[in-house]
Design a protein around this ligand. Structure first.
Ligand code: SF4
Length: 178
């Protein structure tokens, strides 16, 4: 506890040692990007690769994103890792809708981003056909370093308040079907 009297030279010197100024939106973005809570939507081999990102070697905790949640109501980062079938797509949309705002999506790997080598009637040719994707991580599977790079790209987007028209213009594709 400081004993410097407000308005004195000692108080000025003390405040220069630790005080800083910022904007409210900047500090909110700082907190937001350093405390992403991911929901791993792992459906195939990419899900296994994602586990290694969360392990001690690659240590996702360095980016503040290690608090993995399996409830959409406690998550703000959806990581789609694996093949999404047509049958599963409505479930993915439901989970996305149940997540906290502001919410973000990373599409991890070729299958999640484009259907991968499953050019088949039952496989969604990219999860962005039903939900808005912020960052695509390429690879089959992507390396852990690539996933970390995707997290950092997303963090920069949050820091810069990057426009997200894909998110703003998104509509639930199943709304009319209900
Ligand atoms: S992109 Fe490759 S590693 Fe990932 S789910 Fe598809 S087949 Fe598996």
């Amino acid at each position: 506890m400081s004993t410097a009297t407000p308005g004195t030279q000692a108080a000025d010197d003390l405040s220069r040692n630790f005080a800083f100024t910022t904007r409210l939106d900047a500090i909110v973005a700082w907190g937001r990007r350093n405390s992403l809570w991911p929901l791993p939507y792992g459906t195939a081999c990419c899900g296994i690769e994602l586990m290694s990102v969360m392990g001690p070697k690659y240590d996702l905790a360095r980016f503040g994103a290690e608090v993995v949640r399996f409830s959409p109501r406690q998550s703000d980062l959806l990581v789609v890792a694996g093949t999404i079938t047509e049958k599963m797509a409505p479930v993915l949309v439901r989970i996305y809708e149940q997540m906290l705002e502001p919410r973000f999506v990373i599409s991890m790997g070729a299958c999640a981003s484009s259907g991968g080598f499953y050019r088949a009637y039952h496989v969604l040719q990219g999860c962005d056909m039903v939900i808005p994707v912020d960052v695509y991580v390429p690879g089959c599977p992507p390396t852990p370093e690539a996933v970390l790079d995707g997290i950092m790209v997303l963090q920069k987007m949050i820091k810069d308040h990057a426009p997200r028209p894909w998110r703003d213009n998104w509509k639930n594709p199943y709304d009319q079907a209900r």
